[in-house]
Design a protein around this ligand. Structure first.
Ligand SMILES: [Zn+2]
Length: 278
């Protein structure tokens, strides 16, 4: 099927101030966007996520969408990325993916999605202790993607190795002014003895870096996974109110899983340590 604008050349003629020239055609941009979207490794269950189909029913969610939209629309001229924090199921990943989707489709940028634990697992599995490096094919795209989403930050408790690897990735992106978005179930409270604080999970160095490169956005709401089939906004509001009522005085961000991991404590990784990357 031929493109009416460019006859499938990928270049379309435009006239500006009486001068005719050619520019990249819309069809070319769309095609690049489709390829880049496929390369972004967004999990199937999030691929449909856009800013438009995000359900808003309270002020924190409304603020979060406004900020997400601002980042998506100002790309690539972004001063800072975003870190969405809040309890499981409030839509943090939805918004991060929505920005990723929009940026890729409108600009053809190279975007990448990674669950933080999956990323560390992949890096660890390709780590070669004899030469103390990780496969560059894994780290390269993570460090050089125009936009990176790191989902569920803090899910893996910091060990020396995790901290070093994450710092390498995040610092490289920060120094090269590449946009990074994060989501986390952990609260950003300045208490490194509280097991459910982000600080406890990722350490001081990483947290202060994140504050430099990201705006922290708190999201409050229901767990959408508890919504009945064919449920609607009213159900979400009800669930949200129940959640607020049942909230314990102490934060429970990580839930049972986090506490179980924590019990294993420092030995959780059984990893000899060492520097990832070259
Ligand atoms: Zn065309």
């Amino acid at each position: 099927m031929s493109c009416p604008l460019c006859d499938d050349t990928g270049w379309k003629p435009v006239e500006q101030d009486g001068v005719r020239r050619v520019v990249r055609c819309d069809c070319w941009r769309e095609q690049i966007g489709r390829h880049r979207l496929a390369d972004a490794t967004i999990p199937k269950r999030y691929q449909h996520c856009t800013l438009e189909n995000f359900t808003v029913y309270n002020e924190s969610l409304e603020q979060a969408v406004v900020k997400a939209r601002r980042v998506a629309e100002s790309f690539p001229v972004n001063a800072r990325g975003l870190l969405f924090e809040g309890q499981p199921g409030v839509g943090k990943t939805h918004l991060a993916v929505a920005v990723l989707n929009q940026v890729i489709q409108t600009s053809g940028a190279r975007g990448l999605f990674y669950d933080t634990r999956d990323l560390l697992r992949v890096i660890r599995s390709t780590y070669d202790p004899s030469i103390r490096t990780t496969e560059v094919e894994i780290l390269q795209p993570v460090m050089t993607a125009d936009l990176l989403v790191l989902d569920d930050l803090g899910a893996e408790k910091t060990s020396e190795w995790v901290e070093e690897t994450m710092n390498l990735i995040v610092n490289t992106r920060y120094n090269e002014r590449r946009l990074t978005m994060f989501t986390s179930n952990y609260q950003d409270i300045p208490d490194d003895t509280e097991p459910n604080s982000l600080l406890f999970r990722i350490g001081h160095r990483m947290r202060s870096r994140l504050h430099e490169m990201c705006e922290f956005v708190q999201m409050d709401g229901a767990d959408y996974r508890e919504m009945p089939t064919n449920g609607g906004v009213d159900d979400l509001v009800t669930l949200w109110k129940m959640r607020k009522k049942s909230a314990l005085p102490a934060p429970r961000a990580g839930g049972r899983q986090a506490r179980a991991q924590l019990r294993d404590g420092k030995a959780d990784l059984k990893w000899p340590g060492g520097r990832a990357g070259s």
